[in-house]
Design a protein. Structure first.
Length: 265
């Protein structure tokens, strides 16, 4: 099989725990790009943050950002599409997390509003890759256009709250867990898999020509869409159960290993 598109999750997949791309992985992606593969970063973050971490990688294809709520085209420096949370569900989403005593982050197209209780705010927008405001009560900005509402807490709390979020909003919103500490509410038509399907169609690439790499719940439908879904060695059990291939961890050049094993490079 000749693969033409690589869709790669960022945190926990492409990046190590120190938020670095390992040299062997970078070399493997450069080699794949030289052979004609399009590289798509598929992240819950903005493109500015992805670009900050992926500086030097060839990212000419449309990119999946905000878990698919925004598809960004680096070649034209603009959003190709943007799906906002339906206004009627923004404040209820914020209220849901507040009532569960879960600090909230609210992403608008211009600004990230962060509950003051959330630690390490610089980790959300490193390298001045956006506008961040820390506020005491996110409910006061819930009337603004919203890309996503995010709850941030310890893994046990997020695991406990997630089924209640699905029960409350699953009929009207996309509810996804992007890490052990983050639970997100987005437009109902949004997901990494849906965005990957759109990008493959734009580029005239068949799903059998796509490899997707991921480690977390929000990567599931992306791996399911791809002709080859690859779970990292550090992936959650549910991701590994769905994957076509399990590779090494993000700390051990799992992407490079898989590309070599699959004959991409």
């Amino acid at each position: 099989m000749a693969y033409r598109l690589l869709a790669i999750d960022l945190d926990g997949t492409l990046l190590t725990r120190h938020k670095r791309i390992l040299p062997r992985t970078r070399q493997a992606l450069d080699a794949a790009a030289d052979l004609g593969c399009r590289v798509v970063i598929a992240t819950g973050r903005s493109f500015a943050v992805a670009r900050y971490f992926c500086d030097g990688l060839t990212l000419s294809a449309p990119q999946i950002t905000y878990n698919g709520a925004v598809i960004y085209d680096p070649a034209q420096s603009r959003d190709l599409c943007q799906y906002l949370v339906p206004p009627a569900y923004v404040k209820p989403g914020v209220d849901f997390f507040m009532e569960a005593d879960v600090p909230v982050a609210l992403f608008t197209p211009q600004t990230l509003y962060l509950d003051r209780r959330i630690p390490h705010p610089q980790a959300w927008l490193p390298g001045r890759s956006g506008v961040l405001e820390r506020i005491p009560d996110v409910r006061c900005v819930a009337a603004q256009p919203c890309i996503k509402v995010v709850g941030h807490s310890d893994p046990l709390t997020i695991a406990t709250v997630r089924p209640f979020a699905v029960e409350r909003f699953g009929h009207a919103l996309y509810v996804t867990q992007t890490s052990s500490e983050l639970l997100e509410l987005l437009h109902p038509e949004v997901s990494k898999g849906a965005a990957l399907r759109r990008i493959a169609h734009m580029l005239g690439i068949a799903r059998d020509e796509v490899i997707a790499f991921g480690d977390s719940h929000n990567d599931l439908d992306m791996l399911e869409f791809a002709g080859m879904g690859v779970a990292m060695g550090n992936a959650s059990a549910e991701v590994k159960a769905l994957a076509d291939l399990i590779t090494d961890s993000n700390e051990d050049d799992g992407i490079a290993t898989a590309l070599e094993r699959l004959g991409v490079i």
